[in-house]
Each structure stands twice: as structure tokens, then as C-alpha cells.
Ligand binder design. Structure first.
Ligand SMILES: [Zn+2]
Length: 467
């Protein structure tokens, strides 16, 4: 696997994808109203705002979707339609002839029907009938329209169908009395699990996007890791991500609606953090680590054991300078050499001597919070700028370097770059699962791990198909 190139592993049931690509008639555009604009290459959810009001009463079509595939009978060798679905056709003298056209720039629904050989009056009636459930202006470049005609001896137009979304199809069909009526047909949807892994390169957003991860999933991913990671700055070459996503797909493997992130692991500077989605009995959804601890964890207010608070946050007479000034942290008196712990997971922003602070370490925990530790006798082993630490790692030892009167830890918490009172700051409180809820979580986690491990390996770039 090469760095920078996301590697995508398999999904199940992706057999047909874009198989049914059909030949297109060359449509001469009459160019009236409702000109088609290019389809934005967006994600499944982009299409949810379609103007369709799907009729809940219509039957759900099960089994092969042969109707929407162009399925010319074997005899119609001169038909311009070609399709991989041909073999699925059921040849019979009564089989209507189907013809599929693909909408191109500048086409209209009316123009497309007429170009395909439909009488203007029929095209108009068929479109008018559909209008109650489909706005012809919703037509996009690349949309496919399937027209139905009676058998060769009678070329009469019987109607057409199109798929505004992979989730459903709308159709306009000629009735016995010759008029047209419309209906919509929902596509049966299945759950599909997708495993995606990749190198982050320089940007998680870019790498995940390239791997086909939907934007809403990437945002969710960044959100749940933002307590540990500053995505603007923490990402380094060699960092990786791994995801398990559940989504709804049509029988042809097209994703519909929003996907759900079930599991996410980030490997940053060689350390892997894994989170699992869990919905509690009362319906709250959160992401937890393997111990059932919510990602929303607090920073330690006292990053040192057995220390005594000797100076609080706020204005005081400075013990060395002798005049009143703001004390932007809290002081904990402790014997020289007492270990000082990282208040939370984070990245070391500064580790070194810093003027009156003496030996100083500053950790960045996420976009919001940073912590700083001053006057240390020594900085911890391996603690260097850019390195990553976990909550509780020893980052240094109590001392009296810099402007200090005796061994103590000067501790600061910065919220968006501004010092706040470590004893007063309200962290987002983390939920920790316990009892039956924890057992339920662990059971689901085991299942997700099994599903993830068993997903077959293969290429799939269709996760973010534009439908
Ligand atoms: Zn202090």
C-alpha cells in the first residue's frame, strides 16, 4: 500500500453498480423551458430535496428491476439500445419494446421524448400526467428515461419511467382509454456494511473524500475525534484511518440516504484510537472507546498526585515580583521530582525552557483546549514538540526553574488560546457506560469487529456515487 493513496476494501453486494449504461439517442434540442442543467456530482443525500412526493400507496417492486433496464427482445437487432441487462430480458412476442435515452446538456423531458419518436401530443399528455409526482425541471444531465412502445407492428407509445433517485422510480403509463396516469415505485433497500481504510496523507478530509467517504460521515468522524485530535495540525505522514459504515443500498448497489459511521479508528504517530457507535436504551447516540467511555472526556484538573493547591487563579500579589498581577494558572506545591501527568490526550506544542516559566510543556488537546505546565525540574523522557501523549503520561517533574520561589507546578488550561481557571472550567462531561448498558455495548462492539474483520477485500469507489 502506498502512502497518500487511500486503499478501499470491499463491500458486499456491489455487483451491478453502473453496469446498465445505455446508448443514447442524439437528441435535437427544441430548447424551450426547463432546460437541463448539469447534475452536481454530489452525494446520495443531495437528492433528497427532489420535488417528488412519492406515493406511499404504490406497490414495492421486488425481484429483478427489468422494467427500468432497457430490455429489447432478441429480434430487435436494429434497436439502438444496448445494455448489459439484455440477457435478463424475457423474450416473448408480447414483450413491449423499451428504449432508454440519457439526458444530455440542454435536453428537456419533452424534447427527449419527441426525439425518441413519441408524438408531441402523447409526450405532452404523458408528462402532464407525471407532473403531480415529478417536476420535469428536476431532470438532470445523465438521468435515464426508459420509454415503452408496443411491439413492432404497432409502434404506439405506452409510457415512460425515470429514476429521480435510486430509492424510487416514477412512471407515466397509458391506460386502456388512451390517457396517461402516473405512479411511483419504491426500490427495496438493503443494509450494506462498507469497510474503508486509507492513508491520511496531509488531510483526513481529502483522503477520506478520495476514498469515497460521504461528506456527512467525514464530518462525523472529525467531530468524534476532535476531543483528541486537532485536524488542522496533528496529521502527519503515515497516519491512517479505518472505518466501518452502514448504508442503505438498492439491489443494484447504489447508496441511498445517509450512511451511519459504526466504527472508526485513527492511527496517529503510530498510536491507534478506536471508537464505536452506541445507541443507548434511551436513544442517545454517542461514540465510545473499548472500555465504554465516551469520547467527550474531561481534562484533569489536577495533573499531579498528592499535591497541595497553594495559589489559585486570579489577581494576587506575585511572590517574586512583589506587586499585584493576574495569576493565569494554579500552583500546586509538591516535592521536587514529583511526576506531572498529561491532563488529557494531545500533541506536545512546546517542550523546553521558556523564560520565567522555566522548563515548560504545552499540550494541545483539541481545537478548543490546551494545557501548560511550568517550572519543571526536568521534562519527561521522550517529551518533544510534535509528539503525541495520552492522558496520564508523565510529561515532566516538579521543580523550581524560571521565576519561582520553590518547587511547585504552575498549571494552566487555555480555552481557545485564553487562560481559564482549571478548577472552574466546565468540560463537556463524558458519559461512561456501566452495567447492562455496558454489556450491550460490548456485545455490539464484538459484532461490529467481526463484521469488519470478515468484510471481503476489493475495490469500491462507488460509495459516494452521485445519486
Ligand atoms: Zn503559578
Amino acid at each position: 500500500m502506498r502512502h497518500g493513496k487511500p486503499v478501499i476494501f470491499a463491500t458486499v453486494g456491489m455487483l451491478f453498480g453502473a453496469a446498465a449504461v445505455l446508448v443514447v439517442s442524439h437528441l435535437v434540442t427544441p430548447a424551450p423551458q426547463h432546460l437541463v442543467t448539469p447534475a452536481p456530482q454530489h452525494l446520495p443525500s443531495q437528492r433528497k430535496k427532489s420535488s417528488i412526493t412519492a406515493d406511499a400507496q404504490v406497490p414495492i417492486v421486488a425481484g429483478p428491476r427489468s422494467f427500468s433496464m432497457a430490455s429489447p427482445p432478441p429480434s430487435s437487432g436494429d434497436d439502438t439500445v444496448t445494455s448489459k441487462a439484455q440477457s435478463a430480458a424475457h423474450p416473448s412476442p408480447a414483450t413491449p419494446r423499451m428504449h432508454t435515452v440519457k439526458i444530455e446538456q440542454g435536453d428537456t423531458l419533452m424534447g427527449a421524448l419527441i426525439s425518441a419518436g413519441v408524438e408531441r401530443q402523447d409526450a405532452h399528455s404523458a408528462i402532464e400526467a407525471l407532473r403531480s409526482i415529478y417536476d420535469p425541471r428536476s431532470l438532470r444531465v445523465g438521468d435515464e428515461i426508459t420509454l415503452t412502445f408496443d411491439e413492432p407492428e404497432n409502434q404506439s407509445f405506452q409510457g415512460f419511467s425515470l429514476e429521480p433517485s435510486p430509492a424510487f422510480k416514477v412512471q407515466s403509463s397509458r391506460s386502456d382509454d388512451g390517457s396517461f396516469s402516473s405512479s411511483s415505485i419504491k426500490t427495496p433497500l438493503n443494509d450494506e456494511m462498507v469497510r474503508i481504510e486509507g492513508d491520511i496523507g496531509t488531510s483526513l478530509f481529502a483522503a477520506a473524500g478520495e476514498a469515497g467517504v460521504p461528506v456527512d460521515i467525514i464530518q462525523n468522524l472529525i467531530n468524534i475525534f476532535s476531543y483528541d485530535v486537532d485536524f488542522q495540525r496533528d496529521i502527519q505522514k503515515g497516519d491512517r484511518f479505518a472505518l466501518l459504515i452502514r448504508r442503505k443500498v438498492t439491489p443494484r448497489g447504489e447508496a441511498v440516504g445517509d450512511a451511519v459511521l459504526l466504527y472508526a479508528a485513527m492511527t496517529l504517530s503510530g498510536r491507534t484510537t478506536a471508537l464505536w457507535r452506541h445507541e443507548s436504551k434511551d436513544g442517545r447516540i454517542d461514540y465510545f472507546n473499548s472500555k465504554g467511555e465516551s469520547v467527550r472526556k474531561a481534562l484533569l484538573r489536577t495533573p499531579i498526585n498528592g499535591a497541595k493547591l497553594t495559589s489559585g487563579f486570579g489577581t494576587r500579589v506575585h511572590p517574586v515580583l512583589g506587586y499585584s498581577r493576574m495569576h493565569k494558572g494554579v500552583d500546586f506545591a509538591a516535592p521536587r521530582g514529583t511526576p506531572i501527568y498529561a491532563a488529557g490526550d494531545g500533541v506536545i506544542e512546546i517542550a523546553g525552557f521558556k523564560g520565567s516559566y522555566g522548563n515548560y510543556v504545552r499540550l494541545r488537546h483539541n481545537n478548543e483546549y490546551a494545557t501548560a505546565y511550568a517550572h519543571m525540574s526536568a521534562i519527561g523522557k521522550g517529551i518533544a514538540t510534535g509528539k503525541r501523549v495520552r492522558q496520564g503520561d508523565v510529561i515532566g517533574y516538579v521543580g523550581s526553574t524560571g521565576r519561582s520561589t520553590g518547587p511547585h507546578l504552575h498549571y494552566e488550561i487555555m480555552k481557545r488560546g485564553k487562560q481559564v481557571n482549571p478548577l472552574g472550567v466546565k468540560f463537556p462531561t463524558g458519559n461512561v457506560l456501566a452495567g447492562a448498558e455496558l454489556r450491550r455495548f460490548q456485545g455490539q462492539r464484538a459484532t461490529m469487529e467481526k463484521v469488519y474483520a470478515e468484510l471481503p477485500v476489493g475495490m469500491n469507489r462507488k460509495l459516494a456515487r452521485a445519486h
